[in-house]
Design a protein around this ligand. Structure first.
Ligand code: SAM
Ligand code: F3S
Length: 448
């Protein structure tokens, strides 16, 4: 009987990516298949995140629930990975003795060996070290599901923003060698992948070793990936403003496969706050880059991460953020109230901003960006858009679903044979979370 693996993921795309790598690894080594039901699982795995909120508490309360599963099935293996695991290490076993395996973001490739140790020697296994080079070498080729695939090109972060735990939990920046990245992209294209999303904590800080002893920068990597046969759409996330270069701006004009969308986290529009965050740019530096990107690609839509209520953020500071929002006219945001992270410099700063006020600021910011997003969607009605068809629509299984360049989901009627292909649709309606469309004349002929 196949063994079943249940994975619960907290946090960002990076963690989702790591979770699918863990599933691939355990499939290859022990034949595990993923299940959606922890009650059916032979192994349950918690991939944790500590960027915000009460990360530790969330982890221990989840483990409390899984302890009950273990009471019913003594053979159940419980594993904890990710950033909280990296911070807590052995501490996890002390507080939750039912846990069998603890591993960090940089030791996930050792999971099969750790599992063997647990299964054969019946002892717990803990490894939260940072052997980043080894990790990339030991990961299996990803299993492809659908026409989109993530490719991790760099790991970790060396920016040390004053509010952020990532440099401490994921280690410093490390780029995968160019040959490894391109080999993976070629393999993915061979398996039917048409869109690649290059992934990294500061993906545009990529500096990968080349086989002739050189270093390849990110903009050049984009050119090579776009040139791979079969790869017709290219995205990247998350980029950092201090790593923007002229060559990256030019790539948006020169590479047709590169989408007209940019995720460039700004965090705040106030120079005073940016300085205290140690972001390394001013709001006018940021606006200048956005202008340049838009000159290179006039239809570019832009999204960002924001933190509101950073310690000492005044009403004036927040007003600067809203001015920036008006200037850029963001299409989407990932915005959160500042959450103090133990061990980071900002956690020592005097706060002084009332929580009610912070919540109000967050609502103001999100409401305005929501208006821009709705306006973008409305303006798309009547236009022709190229979609990468992912398959049946989630809510309407009789329809197909695809994504536009600016990452909107479009549902439309069409034959299932279009899955995995690009089609042109005319947008007919803008709904709050998706769009509706109609196949263009060429595509309906193709489909008929
Ligand atoms: N490389 C990206 C950049 O240029 O900022 C950020 C990656 S970070 C893991 C993802 C997002 O989490 C950040 O952009 C920030 O908005 C948010 N974040 C990080 N630490 C936070 C904290 N202490 N409180 C609230 N949000 C936080
Ligand atoms: Fe965090 Fe700043 Fe790096 S937000 S991931 S320390 S760029």
């Amino acid at each position: 009987m196949t063994r079943k693996l249940y994975i619960k993921t907290f946090g960002c795309q990076m963690n989702e990516y790591d979770s699918s790598r863990m599933a691939d690894l355990l499939h290859g080594s022990h034949g595990f298949e993923r299940t959606d039901d922890p009650g059916q699982a032979d192994m349950v795995l918690l991939n944790t995140c500590s960027v915000r909120d009460k990360a530790q508490q969330k982890v221990y309360s989840q483990l409390g629930r899984w302890n009950m599963l273990k009471a019913a099935n003594r053979e159940l293996v419980i594993a904890v990975g990710g950033c909280v695991a990296s911070q807590e290490g052995e501490q996890i076993m002390k507080r939750a003795p039912e846990v069998d395996i603890v591993f960090g973001p940089q030791t996930l490739h050792r999971l099969p060996a750790m599992l063997d140790k647990v299964l054969t020697r019946k002892t717990a296994a803990v490894d939260v070290s940072f052997p980043e080079i080894e990790k990339f070498d030991s990961l299996p080729s990803p299993r492809v599901e659908g026409p989109r695939a993530y490719v991790s090109v760099m790991e970790g972060c060396s920016k040390y923003c004053s509010f952020c735990v990532v440099p401490y939990t994921r280690g410093t920046e490390f780029s995968r060698p160019f040959d490894d990245v391109i080999t993976e992209v070629v393999e993915l294209a061979g398996q039917g992948v048409r869109e690649v999303i290059l992934l990294g904590q500061n993906v545009n800080g990529y500096r990968g070793a080349t086989h002739d002893g050189g270093i390849m920068e990110f903009a050049e990597l984009l050119h090579y990936v776009a040139a791979v046969d079969g790869i017709d759409r290219l995205r990247y996330t998350t980029s950092h403003p201090v790593e923007v270069t002229d060559a990256l701006v030019a790539a948006h004009a020169d590479i047709p496969e590169l989408v007209a969308h940019l995720h460039l986290p700004v965090q705040s529009g106030s120079d005073r706050v940016l300085e205290r965050m140690k972001r390394g740019y001013t709001s006018s530096d940021y606006m200048r880059w956005i202008d340049r990107f838009r000159e290179a690609c006039p239809e570019l839509s832009v999204s960002s991460d924001f933190i509101v209520g950073f310690p000492g953020e005044s009403g004036e500071d927040f007003a600067r953020t809203m001015e920036l929002v008006e200037y850029v006219r963001y299409d989407q945001s990932y915005s959160f109230i500042y959450s103090p992270r133990p061990g980071t410099p900002a956690a020592e700063l005097e706060d002084g901003v009332d929580m009610q006020e912070k919540k109000q600021r967050l609502m103001t910011l999100q409401a305005r960006i929501g208006e821009f997003a709705a306006e973008y969607s409305r303006r798309m009605v009547g236009t022709r858009q190229r979609l990468l068809v992912e398959g049946a629509a989630r809510k309407f299984p009789n329809q197909l679903s695809g994504r536009t360049e600016n990452n909107r989901v479009v549902n439309f009627d069409g034959p299932s044979s279009l899955a995995g292909r690009f089609v042109d649709v005319v947008i007919t309606e803008a709904l709050p979370n998706s769009l509706r469309g109609r196949l263009g004349p060429n595509d309906s002929q193709q489909a008929a």
